[in-house]
Every structure is written in C-alpha cells, then in structure tokens.
Design a binder for this molecule. Structure first.
Ligand SMILES: CC(C)(COP(=O)(O)OP(=O)(O)OC[C@H]1O[C@@H](n2cnc3c(N)ncnc32)[C@H](O)[C@@H]1OP(=O)(O)O)[C@@H](O)C(=O)NCCC(=O)NCCS
Length: 332
C-alpha cells in the first residue's frame, strides 16, 4: 500500500504588538525610508515579555487542527522548526505538545532556520508515505525580538526580523487534487558563518564570557550582501528543480509563496524566472522575516485573501542560514 500526503489545514498566529519602522528609529540610528527602500518592511510583530514560541505555536496549531477537522487525539507526530526555542533544551516541540494536550507521540525539534518549515514538510511527507503516521503537525515558530541587538550596532539585522508562528496538519491524500507533489532540500555548510549566532557555544568553556557579550557575539551576525546573493541564486534553482521534477511549466503554477527575508530578493527572483507579479504573495511589509514561521504565515494570509484556492498549484521556496535552501510543490 502506498500513501501520499496533503496539507489538510493551516493556522497562523502573530503577536498583537506592532513595531513600526518609526518606533525602531527611536531605538537606533535608522529611518523608515532606509528600511522600506532596502527591504520592503514597514512593520513587524514582537511578543510581550513572557510569551514563548511554544505558546504561539499552540495557537497556530489549534487553528490548523480545526481547519483540518482533527482533534488532539488524532495527531501522530509533531515537528517543530525553530532557531529560537523557548529554552536551550528541551526543545519547543514538547512544550507545544503539552499545551495542545497531544498523546505521547514523537516530537521533533528541527533547525534549518528559514528553510526549516519546508524541511519539516518533507519529513512529514516521508512519514505519511511510509504508512507509519496519518496526521502530523508541522510548525514553524520564532521569537526573534528578545534576541536582537536593538541598537545602532545591530541595526542591519534588527530591522529585518519579527515574531510569529504558523502550522499545518499534514495528512493522507485521498486523491491527486490535494497533494504534496514534491520536496527538494539542500544545504551547504561552506559558508555557515555568514549568518549565525556565535555564542553561547558548547565548544567553548565557558560557553559565553563577558567579553563575548560585550562584543555582541550572542546576537545574530550577517554578511548581508553575501546572503542576498545566495538567496537570488538558490531560490530560482530550487523552483526550477521542482518544476522539472513535476514536468511543469510556469503557466501551470498558480501561486509562489517565497520565504520573506527581503521584498527586493523576492521581486528579483520573480523577475529572474519570468513569474508575473500576481503569482507571488509577499507579506514581509507587515511581518518582517519570521524565519521558520514565514512560509505558513504567508500562505495562510494568501488563502485568507482568496489568492490560493483548494486545488491550486502552489510552490513554496526558501533559503536561509546554514546555508540551506528548498522548494515544495503542492496542490492545496
Ligand atoms: C541587510 C540588507 C538589507 C542590507 O542592504 P545593503 O544594501 O547590503 O546594505 P549594506 O549592508 O551595504 O549597508 C549600507 C549602509 O547602510 C547602513 N545600514 C545598515 N543597516 C542600516 C539600518 N537599519 N538603517 C540605516 N542604515 C543602515 C550600513 O551601516 C552601511 O553604511 P555605510 O555605507 O556608511 O557603511 C541586505 O544586504 C539584505 O537584505 N541581505 C540579505 C538579508 C537576508 O536575506 N537575511 C535573512 C536570510 S534568511
């Protein structure tokens, strides 16, 4: 017996606190004009102190489960993609499991940063295809705001990121009208340090020192131009790879949901592959980059706006720290 998988339900959660570019410019030397011109971002959401990624994940998951028509008892596995778990260990998966009242099912925490959600989707697809599980929660959830250098020193990174969560229930497909068609995953560690957080590091003893903190090594550091170049090379490659594997033409694709790191990157990618503007949905203007949560949040919004309808052919594509990149093609 062979099985295929589909997305049965999707949910998203954004914390209520809106942080505009104008508010950021009271905390560091930056301007609304600089941020909008270089990135397209106008505002992002930040959690209130005390709200963790697992709480946001549970809220997004509840909506996804409701839409999928499944209850806590029906979930067979949980995959939680994040670079910002509530605690060092255990991972956010078990805290989300507890909040949702799930059975004693396997709970994975995976990394892969901005590509984490597609990596999770690929894992869920493989477990469903194997026949082992019927319903798998795949979650992306991130709290960036508590880990950014909110000062002029950190402004190149701090203005980019926001908090939020998205989740899907992946279940068995009954037909080929609603189906995960393909996933293609990649990584290359050759330039892992162009986007990373250096400390705390278990290879050092102690893992972090006062000098590390004074140097800001506990904040994410990025070589923006190199990351930009990686993104505009790898995303078109991942899209083309999926199109070839599925024998598709660009005309067959109804909507592309790209990772939301920079509006300019996504516009560049669309231009490179000749994709008309209306076939790509972007929401970075209002959310910033929410890393592993970005794709389900963006897809959830596109569905809400009627830009993705049941049966539509959707391409998800992402790149991120690692470096990692991936695509998924599906019939929603
Ligand atoms: C981050 C990014 C927008 C910066 O744009 P850029 O054109 O590369 O800008 P630079 O880093 O060269 O900086 C240009 C100038 O703006 C300054 N600057 C940086 N951040 C700033 C900010 N928030 N506000 C105002 N000025 C800023 C720099 O200090 C620099 O000043 P200088 O010319 O006096 O040295 C861009 O590199 C980018 O989007 N990269 C990819 C990021 C990404 O995708 N990250 C997530 C991966 S998942």
């Amino acid at each position: 017996m062979s099985y295929r998988s589909r997305i049965k339900g999707i949910g998203a959660y954004l914390p209520p606190r809106v942080v505009t570019n104008a508010e950021l410019s009271t905390m560091m030397e930056t301007t609304n004009e600089w941020i909008v011109e270089r990135t397209g971002i106008e505002e992002r959401r930040w959690v209130e102190p005390g709200e963790g990624g697992s709480e946001m994940a549970a809220k997004a998951s509840k909506e996804a489960m409701e839409k999928a028509g499944v209850e806590a008892k029906d979930i067979d596995m949980l995959i939680y993609a994040t670079l910002s778990p509530d605690y060092n260990f255990p991972g956010g998966g078990v805290f989300t499991q507890r909040l949702l009242g799930l059975r004693e099912i396997p709970c994975y925490d995976i990394r892969q940063q901005c590509t984490g959600f597609i990596y999770g989707l690929a894992m869920a697809d493989a477990f469903i295809r194997s026949g082992l599980y019927k319903n798998i929660l795949v979650i992306g959830s991130e709290v960036h705001s508590t880990g950014l250098d909110i000062s002029t020193r950190g402004r190149d990174v701090a203005v980019l990121f926001g908090d939020g969560a998205g989740a899907v229930v992946v279940g068995r497909a009954d037909d080929d009208k609603h189906l995960i068609m393909s996933t293609h995953l990649h990584a290359d560690g050759a330039e892992a340090e162009i986007l990373w957080t250096e400390a705390p590091a278990s290879r050092n003893h102690p893992r972090i020192t006062e000098a590390d903190m004074a140097a800001g090594k506990h904040y994410p550091a990025m070589q923006g131009k190199k990351v930009f170049k990686h993104a505009v090379t790898r995303m078109p490659q991942a899209i083309m790879e999926g199109m070839i594997a599925n024998g598709l033409k660009l005309d067959d694709v109804d909507m592309v949901i790209p990772h939301q790191a920079n509006l300019r990157i996504n516009q560049f990618v669309a231009k490179m592959i000749g994709l008309p503007e209306h076939k790509m949905h972007n929401n970075i203007q209002r959310t910033g980059n929410t890393t592993a949560a970005t794709i389900p949040i963006c897809m959830h919004e596109a569905i809400g706006l009627g830009k993705i309808k049941p049966g539509d052919l959707v391409c998800l594509v992402a790149f991120g720290a690692g470096l990692t990149w991936a695509s998924a093609f599906l019939r929603y």
